[in-house]
Design a protein around this ligand. Structure first.
Ligand code: URA
Length: 210
């Protein structure tokens, strides 16, 4: 069982994250680093996937070798920044189904507003991994998890790159059953809801918008 918050402080992740934080890191490099980190985080978030064995033949002998037990998976990207984590994880788990939750943050109220929701069927049977690089206020993450639970998901994990203490607390209060896996827990949110020290607007930095 994963803890409510897992900080993955592997040296490779920390190094790549530092490069991402630097304000002059180019868009293409930022995107590539995010993809690489997503795969390293995926190792942690899938650590307890059920296993079985399959009888195989190596060039030397037969053996009962470990294989995944065919647990159905859904990756759900919280748009639009979630897409930066999605492809890397999907490359590792190509059979996963993919969903999208579209939420934007009202800059005045900082509250999430839904504009898109499309998820795979059989959600109640799937392990659902929701991905969004920035867990800031936690309002949109908690709202996305509300929607996933409303669609029947019961086993949900949340993957992010950076978390703010405020966002972790909000998620713990709203969804104590949803473990969070993150590369770093930053210091605080500023008055605009940005994570400090953070890396700025993840969507803008990965897509080159402002
Ligand atoms: N979303 C971002 O992209 N960055 C933050 O710092 C907070 C929310």
């Amino acid at each position: 069982m994963l803890d409510h918050l897992t900080l993955v402080q592997h040296p490779l992740i920390q190094h790549k994250l530092t490069l991402m934080r630097e304000k002059n890191t180019p868009t293409a490099v930022f995107r590539q680093l995010l993809r690489e980190i997503s795969q390293l985080l995926a190792f942690e978030i899938t650590r307890e996937l059920p296993m079985t064995t399959r009888r195989i033949e190596t060039p030397l002998c037969e053996m009962d070798a470990p294989v995944l037990d065919g647990r159905k998976l859904a990756l759900v990207s919280i748009l639009r920044a979630g897409n930066g984590l999605l492809d890397g994880v999907l490359e590792l788990i190509p059979s996963a189904r993919v969903g999208f939750v579209g939420l934007y943050r009202d800059e005045q109220t900082l509250q999430p507003v839904q504009y898109y929701f499309k998820v795979p069927d059989e959600l109640p049977e799937r392990l659902v991994i929701a991905v969004d690089p920035m867990l800031a206020t936690g309002n949109s993450s908690a709202a996305a998890i509300d929607l996933l639970k409303g669609a029947g998901a019961t086993d949900i994990r949340f993957m992010c790159l950076l978390a703010a203490p405020e966002g972790v607390a909000r998620m713990k209060e709203a969804h104590p059953d949803v473990p969070i896996v993150t590369a770093a827990l930053d210091d605080h949110l500023n008055e605009k809801g940005y994570i400090v020290p953070g890396l700025g607007d993840a969507g803008d930095r990965m897509f080159g918008t402002k």
